[in-house]
Design a binder for this molecule. Sequence first.
Ligand code: EZ4
Ligand code: CO
Length: 409
Amino acid sequence: MKIISATVIVTSPSRNFVTLKITTDDGVTGLGDATLNGRELAVAAYLSEHVAPLLTGRDPHRIEDTWQFLYRGGYWRRGPVTMAAIAAVDMALWDIKGKVANLPVYQLLGGASRNGLQTYGHASGRDLPELFDSIRQHRELGFTAVRIQTAIPGVRAVYGVAAQPQASGERYDYEPAGRGAYPVEEDWDTRAYLRHLPTVFEAVRNEFGPELPLLHDGHHRMTPIQAAKLGKSLEPYDLFWLEDCTPAENQDSLRLVRQHTTTPLAIGEVFNTVWDFQTLIREQLIDYVRAASTHFGGISPLKKVMDFAAQHQIKSGFHGPTDVSPVGLAAQLHVGLAIHNFGIQEYMEHSAKTNTVFAQSLTFVDGLLHPGEQPGLGVEIDEVAAATFPYQPAYLPYNRLNDGTMHDW
Ligand code: EZ4
Ligand code: CO
């Protein structure tokens, strides 16, 4: 069997997605996700100009060799653009292998270790009543764990908080990228945040009791000592995890955070390779690996980092926002179902419009996600529908402090 073509599909049903489609001489096709939020066309060009021409004629079954060929052979290693491109190839080849074997990909990774994946949804509110409503809605939808983000007094716009209250029964409407040619500016004040957040968690615990698993995302905005302080002040509220408390490209700084708090830590949605986790895993400085299949080089490296993490009792918490496409989501669901050290899966449902382009076989029943039993990844793309949604520039917001200084994401 040989690869005869690799084509890139850019489509924007609600948001931008970059998808690689690999076709073999037997007529089998595989899909891979290469979506890099706000930098989509760079990956599309990397794939169509530099990767697709190298794939023609290769044996699609040689997944590991193709991965190493693109990673080691390209000389330039790592980085989000390169690794999203390699991820798409890796996923598409696993999809093909599954279809040829007539098995869902999780069966090729060792088979199911559980019945389904516990997920968490994103609850948010500009004030406590709005937040409580949002938590209740998520529980009605079947979520058994929720991430909590709220507005902060004195801060105008906070990332991760829906701008509109959700109409009863409606799904989460918050969109983590604004459509337009220039990113939206938000503001930030870490001291106000550190004062306010524990009061929010206290109120949520008082309202919902001790059992509901609660998560929070710090979006890389704290220094190590601030993160240590927040972790400590949240200990009475028994968080499932505190996510991205510092910009962790300095992995060593997590030692300081870890010395001061028993709040579990999750890091890595912007990491690209296992090396970004090396110190964090070896020294057990985190509890959850946040990598996403799409931004981490695909299924093959995700399985490898989780096997390394298993030696240190660290679990998965793969990044699952809507900017990971249905294909990328499926890829990590197959990994999550198969590995022993699964932790939790983030799940922001894709919009109805997105689902007119991508047919997904996943199920979400009683709070458990399952990738389905279709051979391969279980996602197909409707290219005619995709072509009706042309790319639109869209960017994540950025934030500045009161005095105008650019702040960490
Ligand atoms: O900011 O997906 O945990 N989730 C997050 C997301 C990310 C976006 C980036 O593209 O932090 O909202
Ligand atoms: Co995050």
